[in-house]
Each structure stands twice: as structure tokens, then as C-alpha cells.
Design a protein around this ligand. Structure first.
Ligand code: PEP
Ligand code: MG
Length: 906
């Protein structure tokens, strides 16, 4: 049998349901579900996401042929339920055509409304409704949208506005009017003619009059929009696979622009920025959906409480607010009551914060969409914890509701209180997405990207944000717009990205041509600094200082839950007491990797290091190392003290010696003078240390095995610090780790040095400290012979940076030369240095764990490569039976959540 490509819905019945998101997309599945639970939805049909893939495989013609009968049947179904006819002159049905992928991608793909109009049908619409203004307003909107989306009308230069907007402005200017709704019916008619002419002129294409041809054009354009630049970029940012495809939803149009008893809006069951449990949203009377999100008209608030709050932020008097911008609660109390009841019903049904679109047509409420709302990291945590407390979800669901990487937003700095008090407030806008942002002003998305690539922090300032700005928004620290409410597409996207955003700052005048912005009389130009407070909506002059975030409230509670469910614990990679301190506040339970090399780079230390490198005898090296000892001991003292009572895994010196000597002439001359030797001697030594493959050269334990006195010195420093702390009443728990072991003999030799040095030290000091000797598993041979190595090693720590390098044979330092091409050609799905290659490298990890534990049952295993803070890799570590992951301090909460999720998912 032919597979089902089209699913019908309407009048309380549907062929699909909520759990069919993969096939019907989020929008289609929820439209079906809303029908099934009694929420009023206009009838229509959904073309599946599978068809999208067929479209790109087989091409347009074949897919249109496959769909033809089903789409015609869908149109007939819609006609019957609406009692209208598509393309009919006396009783016309108009359609909307919308995208809808499995995961929501707000504003990234295309939508066409009012489809089915032409010069004849519009006259029928006038007759039927007796509302000429409405009919021609719908018609000009349709031509404009169809032109933009299907016929590809674009501004010619980036400084230009949309070509249709330019025509509207020109028509309004001819009569000196300001607002769209001041246009006469004749002017709306004129727009239709001018729009069609402009389309013909710029694209060479005629506007299609046949409604069925319009419908196919729109359906295919929605499929095409799956592959537009912004959709591709958004998928990349969100990790959405291309194969998912988008569904197409075709629905009967209902009209929010039929007069003052009609309206359209967007609303949320909870606050998407803060997570507070308050119903909120925006609407416009006598308007169509895109007016609310496009940010062209100032939307009004749905609830009275929201309206009062909004007026306060915008400095609007109560009289003006109540008369010109009343809330829906005040202006349409009955519809509001119905809306409020339905939003509550939807949240209760889905047990999650919903983002909904609705239209009121002549006093009748219709829902057009519901979905789990995009939210900031703060809102994500608060909503999950609140739903848990309300009994709507259980603990495990609450954990799974939070996306580990989004916790990063909660760790970003916030404005310093005193700095904020002193800051000059230039203006206030709407707090569209919280956070603190500070940077140089840019006006265009491509500049934001380019400046960011040059290492600058930028704030993107726009009249209104549009989905085209996605890449720029991602590169910017924050976004400021003159127009657009809390539900404008880009505000929604900003919240989704966790980017600070202040929108609808009415007092700013942006001039793209001169690249300046006038903020209440202060004129700033491109490159000037500005700061945004996305939590209050304030815009500050210049740079305002920030301070680090803290783990409190809901965030702390979530972390407690993580602890309850995780099997894996999280340590940190830290080389300084400061980093260790930060990681501890984020919940790290020890140090999984303390790299010691950076400790050698300060003045006196590097001198002693140079002396050691230049020495030609063991005695010479020992003398130099003797000078380094007190410095090293001091470093370890600080770290062990800060992690009192917790394990601290210190790795012996790892990088090749040539990294410690200067390679430029000036540096070599300075070193020669410092050491009191001829520069030639330095150069000879540098020459002797140079290697063609330093990553595979004299590094790791090969260094310690070649010069055991280095290992001895580091052991004395580590255990010496521990002895001192112990004498002071602390509880130091050092672990000494040997890097880059490939065979057990390498470890064996190093362990002997370590144990002998320790024994001697403990005898001298009269104190004994229990400590462990372990190894890194970062060479494939070590994984293959892990059972042998475990005979000597008391623990394993997987160095997945080197293990990835040596398993793939990709240089860690040079992968950038081919990675972009590999990703583009899909030879690689992801960068294996960021996301652990479970199939290859993962096998080695699993094998090493199993072999290791076959000889040492309770062998502790951890990971300390960069993957230790990447959620999917953390989940793999859980499955592989590791005891801990170790990651940089700011990834500790992320790893903790991923670890808990891994346990819950099991
Ligand atoms: C590793 O190789 O994964 C590791 C942690 O060590 P480094 O990055 O210092 O080589
Ligand atoms: Mg390594």
C-alpha cells in the first residue's frame, strides 16, 4: 500500500496525535492533539516530514505527483468542514501554509497566509464579508508574503529595507500618513498592483492567479525553506539533523483582521525569560499574526498585570495605557476568560510551559499552534523545579526537562551592583532575554560575525530583529532593538540562545546609512561601547563591570537532585587554587587533572627550568631542580589546601622540553644573558630538543623516564606539601599520575621513583601520607594492554584528547585544516575532539575499563580529556562504568546534570 503522506484534522477529530512529532512535526502533531482534547483549531491537513526528505531526493515534480490526490483530498476535507470553497468567487476558502519541524525552529522557515486570493476571488470576499478593507488588506498581505517567500523578493543591498515595505512607505508618504491602517481601500488596491509590478520587474516572474498553483508554490517553498541559510545555521547551532525534515501544515485561514472584534496574538503559560508562573503574551486588534511577531506595530499585553508592568517599563501614563494600549483582559474580557482557561488546560495536558498562537475572528477564538516554549536557562531551571513542586512532573522528569548545555547561561557573569548604580542609563526597553551584555555597537549581522571573529565583543543594534540576523545574534554579546515586543521572532530566538536581548526600546533611532544610533539625544556610532541589562531592560552608556554568578535557589535545588540520581561524580580540571575554588562552589568533588606545566613559566621558575634544560649532567639537573622544588611545593600546597578532604590528581610533567625554551632570537639572547652563557649554546640546545613530531616525541613519561630526577622532584613537592598540610591539621589526599604510558614497563619505572622518593621523604618528616599512583590511558596501546597496566596502576584516567588524536591519527593542533571540509562533506558528523567518538575511541575506553577491572576489581576510572564536560560524552562515560568525569570549572554543573540524566535514562 502507498504510504500515508497527508494527515487530516478538524472539528475535534484528527488522524495524528501528540506523540507523532517525528512524522508530523511539532506543529502538526500538536494541531492534531488540540483537536482531540477539545481546543478549537481551524481544520486542515499536515504533509509529513518524510515527504520533505522525498522532496530533496526525488525532486519537486515527482513529489507533487505523489501528493496530488492527497492534497486535493485535504483541501476538500477543509472545504467541507468550513462550508467554503477554495478558489470560489462567491464563498471562498483561504488557506495558510506553514512549516513545522520535529524540534521548533522559530521563524527560521517560511509561512504563507491568505492563500487562494486573486483579482476575482477578492471581489467575492468583499461581497461575502461586506468588508472591502479587510479583503484588500488580506490580498496585499498575501501578494507581499508570497512574493517574499515563494518568488524570492529580497532587498538588493543590506542597507535597504524590504522592497514591499519601501512601496508601502512611498504610498503613505504621498499622502503624508504614518500608519498602515490609515491607508484607504484604494491605496490597498494600489499596493496590490505595485507589488505585482515590482515582483515582475525584480524576479521576471508573474504572480500566479490560479489558487491551486499558488498552493503548490507555497508547499514547495516551505520544503525549500528547510534548506535556507538561516535554517541550516539554526540546525547547526541546535544540533538538529538535516534528515528530520519539516512537515507542511495547510489550514483554513481564520482572520484577525476583520475589524475591532477580531485580533491575533501570541501567549505563554509562564514567563519564558524568568520562568515565573504568570500567563503572559501580546496581541493586536484587527491584525494578522505576522504583525505581532514582525515588530512593526506595538503589541498590547494580554493580561492587565502584564500591561501595567509593560507601561511602567515604557514610561507610559496610566491614562494613555488604559485608552490606547488596554490589555485583552480589559478590552475583550469574555474572550480573555476563554483564552485563559484554554492555556491552563494546555499546560496541564502537556505538563510543560506552552507557547501558543491564537486568532480571534469576529468574537470567536481559534488556536493556531501550541508548543513547548523556548526559554532561557534560568527559566528552564525554575519551570522544571516549579512543575515538580506543583506535582505536575516527578523528579526524573524534572531532571530530563533541563538541557545540560543551557546551564552555561546561569554561570555567566551578571552586572556588578555598584557598577550598575553608577552606570548612566540611556534608555529602557523590554527585558526580552535576561543577562548582562557589554560590547561595541554594530548594526549588521555580518559585521557582528566579522568583528566577533576578530576577537571583539559586540552588541548588535537593529530597528527590528529578523530571523535573517541569526548568525549575527549568535556572535553578539547582546541584541538591542527599537521595535518588536517580547514575542518578536528574534526575542524568542534570543531567549532560546540564552542571549541577552532588550527589545522595543522606543527612544532609539537607528540609522543604518550613517551607522549611528540616537538614544534619547545621545548619538553613538558603530564601534562605541554600550551595555545592556536584559533582566531590567536598561541600556547603559559605555562598559559596565560584571561579577561572577552564584549557584543558589532553584539552581542549587536542581544540583541536589543531580546528586541524588547520579552514579558518576564530577571532578574538575584545575591548575590553580582559584580555579579549584570556583569548581568547588559549582559542586566538584575533587580534582581529576592538575596539569603542572604552566607552573614553570614565571620569572624565577623559568630561570631554574632553563638551567635544568641546559645542564649536561644529572648533578647539574638536580641542582636546578632543587631550586624549583620550593615553588612547586607552594603551588601544590595551595591546591591541596583548597580541596581539603577531596582527592587531587596531580599529573607529572607532560609536554616536551622544547616548549620551555625560546624559539626567537630575542628570547634566546635574553636567556643567554640571564644564564651567563653564549647565545650559541642556547641555540644548540634548542636545536637538539627540536623534533619533527613533538606530539610523538620526548614527552609524558618518556621525559620522566629519561630524566627521573624530574619525577623525584615533583613527587617531593607534592608529598612535601601534603606532609606540611597534614602537620597543620588538614586532610590532603594526593594522587600522582603518570602521563602518556603505552606499556607497563614505563609505568613500573616511574612508580619505583615515586615510591622510593616518598619513602625517603616520609622517613625524614616522620609523617606518612596515604597516596595513590595511577596512570593516564591516552595511548591506544595502553588501552589494549590495560590488564597488564592495572597490575601497577591504582587508577586510570582517560586522556581522551590524546587518545582521540592517536586513535584517529588526527593532530590535535592541525585538525582545523581539514575539519570544516570533513564536517561539510559529512565525513565527520562532529568534531571528535569535542564529542567523544563512542564507536572508535569509546571502544578503547570500554575495553580498558573491563581489562583493568579484570585484574583490579575496584579500579577507579575517570576521564580528564575535554570530553569530560560534554553532555553526550558524559552519558557515554556513565554507560562505560566510569567512576567520575573531570572537566573545566564552568562545565561542572553541566556534567553533573548530564551524569544524572544518564542514570535516569537508564
Ligand atoms: C588528554 O590527553 O586528554 C589530557 C587530558 O592531557 P593533555 O590534554 O594535557 O594532553
Ligand atoms: Mg594528554
Amino acid at each position: 500500500m502507498d504510504k500515508k503522506r497527508v494527515y487530516l484534522f478538524g472539528n475535534g477529530k484528527a488522524e495524528g496525535k501528540a506523540d507523532m512529532k517525528n512524522l508530523l512535526g511539532g506543529k502538526g502533531a500538536n494541531l492534531a492533539e488540540m483537536n482531540l482534547i477539545g481546543v478549537p483549531v481551524p481544520p486542515g491537513f499536515t504533509i509529513t516530514t518524510d515527504v520533505c526528505n522525498e522532496y530533496f531526493e526525488k525532486g519537486r515534480e515527482k513529489v507533487v505527483a505523489l501528493l496530488k490526490a492527497h492534497v486535493e483530498n485535504g483541501v476538500k476535507h477543509t472545504e467541507e468542514l468550513m462550508g467554503l470553497k477554495f478558489g470560489d468567487v462567491t464563498n471562498p476558502l483561504l488557506l495558510s501554509v506553514r512549516s513545522g519541524a520535529r524540534a521548533s525552529m522559530p521563524g527560521m522557515m517560511d509561512t504563507i497566509l491568505n492563500l487562494g486570493l486573486n483579482d476575482e476571488v477578492v471581489r467575492g470576499l468583499v461581497e461575502k464579508t461586506g468588508n472591502e478593507r479587510f479583503a484588500y488588506d488580506s490580498y496585499r498581505r498575501f501578494v507581499q508574503m508570497y512574493g517574499d517567500v515563494v518568488l524570492d523578493m529580497k532587498p538588493v543591498n543590506k542597507e535597504d529595507i524590504d522592497p514591499f515595505e519601501a512601496i508601502i512607505q512611498q504610498v503613505k508618504a504621498e499622502r503624508g500618513i504614518q500608519l498602515d491602517n490609515e491607508m484607504t481601500v484604494d491605496e490597498l488596491k494600489k499596493l496590490v498592483v505595485l507589488f505585482k509590478e515590482a515582483i515582475k520587474k525584480q524576479t521576471g516572474k508573474d504572480f500566479p492567479d490560479d489558487p491551486m498553483e499558488q498552493l503548490w508554490g507555497a508547499i514547495c517553498a516551505v520544503f525549500d525553506s528547510w534548506m535556507n541559510d538561516r535554517a541550516i545555521l539554526y540546525r547547526k547551532m541546535e544540533g538538529i539533523p538535516q534528515e528530520w525534515g519539516t512537515a507542511v501544515n495547510v489550514m483554513a485561514m481564520v482572520f484577525g483582521n476583520m475589524g475591532d472584534t477580531s485580533a491575533t496574538g501570541v501567549c505563554f503559560t509562564r514567563d519564558a525569560a524568568t520562568g515565573e508562573n504568570r500567563f503572559n503574551g501580546e496581541y493586536l486588534v484587527n491584525a494578522q499574526g505576522e504583525d505581532v511577531v514582525a515588530g512593526i506595530r506595538t503589541p498590547q499585553q494580554i493580561t492587565k498585570e502584564g500591561s501595567l508592568r509593560w507601561a511602567k517599563l515604557q514610561n507610559i501614563d496610566e491614562d494613555v495605557r488604559a485608552n490606547e494600549y488596554p490589555s485583552m483582559e480589559e478590552a475583550m474580557p469574555e474572550i480573555y476568560a476563554e483564552l485563559d482557561a484554554l492555556q491552563a488546560k494546555l499546560e496541564e495536558h502537556y505538563h510543560d510551559m506552552q507557547d501558543m498562537e491564537f486568532t480571534v475572528q469576529e468574537g470567536k477564538l481559534w488556536f493556531l499552534q501550541t508548543r513547548s516554549g523556548k526559554r532561557t536557562g534560568t527559566a528552564m531551571v525554575k519551570i522544571a523545579m516549579d512543575l515538580l513542586h506543583e506535582g505536575q512532573i516527578d523528579e526524573k522528569t524534572a531532571l530530563l526537562r533541563c538541557e545540560p548545555n543551557k546551564l552555561d547561561e546561569l554561570l555567566h557573569p551578571v552586572f556588578d551592583k555598584t557598577a550598575r548604580k553608577l552606570a548612566r542609563v540611556l534608555t529602557r526597553g523590554l527585558p526580552a532575554s535576561p543577562g548582562a551584555a557589554c560590547g561595541q555597537i554594530v548594526f549588521f549581522a555580518d559585521d557582528a560575525e566579522a568583528w566577533h571573529a576578530d576577537g571583539k565583543r559586540v552588541v548588535m543594534v537593529r530597528i527590528e530583529t529578523s530571523p535573517e540576523d541569526l548568525a549575527g545574534m549568535s556572535a553578539a554579546e547582546g541584541i538591542l532593538t527599537a521595535r518588536g515586543g517580547m514575542t518578536s521572532h528574534a526575542a524568542v530566538v534570543a531567549r532560546g540562545m540564552g542571549k541577552c536581548c532588550v527589545s522595543g526600546a522606543g527612544a532609539i533611532i537607528v540609522d543604518y546609512k550613517t551607522r549611528t544610533v540616537d538614544i534619547d539625544g545621545t548619538v553613538l556610532k558603530e564601534g562605541d561601547y554600550i551595555s545592556l541589562n536584559g533582566t531590567t531592560g536598561e541600556v547603559y552608556f559605555g562598559e559596565v563591570n560584571t561579577r561572577p554568578a552564584e549557584v543558589t535557589g532553584d539552581f542549587a535545588e536542581l544540583m541536589k537532585l543531580c546528586e541524588k540520581y547520579s552514579k558518576l561524580v564530577v571532578r574538575t580540571n584545575a591548575d590553580t587554587p582559584r580555579d579549584a575554588e570556583v569548581a568547588r562552589t559549582f559542586g566538584a568533588v575533587g580534582i581529576g587533572l592538575c596539569r603542572t606545566e604552566h607552573m614553570f613559566f614565571e620569572n624565577e621558575k623559568i630561570k631554574a627550568m632553563h638551567e635544568m634544560i641546559l645542564a649536561d649532567s644529572t648533578e647539574g639537573r638536580e641542582k636546578a631542580l632543587e631550586k624549583l622544588l620550593p615553588y612547586q611545593k607552594q603551588d601544590f600546597y595551595g591546591i591541596l589546601k583548597c580541596m581539603d578532604g577531596l582527592p587531587v590528581n596531580i599529573r607529572l610533567l607532560d609536554p616536551p622540553l622544547h616548549e620551555f625554551v625560546p624559539h626567537d632570537l630575542a628570547g634566546q639572547e635574553a636567556m643567554a644573558e640571564d644564564m651567563g652563557v653564549n647565545v650559541k649554546k642556547i641555540q644548540n640546545r634548542v636545536q637538539a630538543l627540536s623534533e619533527s613530531n613533538p606530539m610523538l616525541g620526548l614527552r609524558g613519561c618518556r621525559l620522566g623516564n629519561t630524566f627521573p630526577e624530574i619525577t623525584a622532584m615533583q613527587t617531593r613537592a607534592i608529598l612535601g606539601a601534603a606532609v606540611q598540610l597534614k602537620k597543620e591539621g588538614y586532610d590532603p589526599r594526593p594522587e600522582i599520575m603518570v602521563p602518556l604510558v603505552g606499556m607497563v614497563n614505563e609505568l613500573d619505572a616511574q612508580e619505583k621513583v615515586i615510591r622510593e622518593t616518598a619513602q625517603k621523604l616520609f622517613e625524614e618528616e616522620g609523617v606518612e601520607i596515604p597516596f595513590k599512583v595511577g596512570t593516564m590511558i591516552e595511548i591506544p596501546r595502553a588501552a589494549l594492554t590495560a590488564d597488564k597496566i592495572a597490575e601497577r596502576a591504582e587508577y586510570f584516567s582517560f586522556g581522551t584528547n590524546d587518545l582521540t588524536q592517536m586513535t584517529f591519527g588526527y593532530s590535535r593542533d592541525d585538525i582545523a585544516s581539514f575539519l570544516p571540509s570533513y564536517l561539510e562533506k559529512k565525513i565527520l558528523d562532529v568534531d571528535p575532539f569535542q564529542v567523544l567518538d563512542v564507536n572508535g575511541v569509546g571502544q578503547l575506553v570500554q575495553m580498558a575499563v573491563n581489562k583493568g577491572r579484570s585484574v583490579r576489581k575496584d579500579l577507579k576510572c575517570g576521564i580528564c580529556g575535554e570530553h569530560g564536560g560534554e553532555p553526550s560524552s558524559v552519558k557515554f562515560c556513565h554507560r562505560a562504568g566510569l567512576n567520575y568525569v573531570s572537566c573545566s570549572p564552568f562545565r561542572v554543573p553541566i556534567a553533573r546534570l548530564a551524569a544524572a540524566q544518564a542514570a535516569v535514562e537508564e
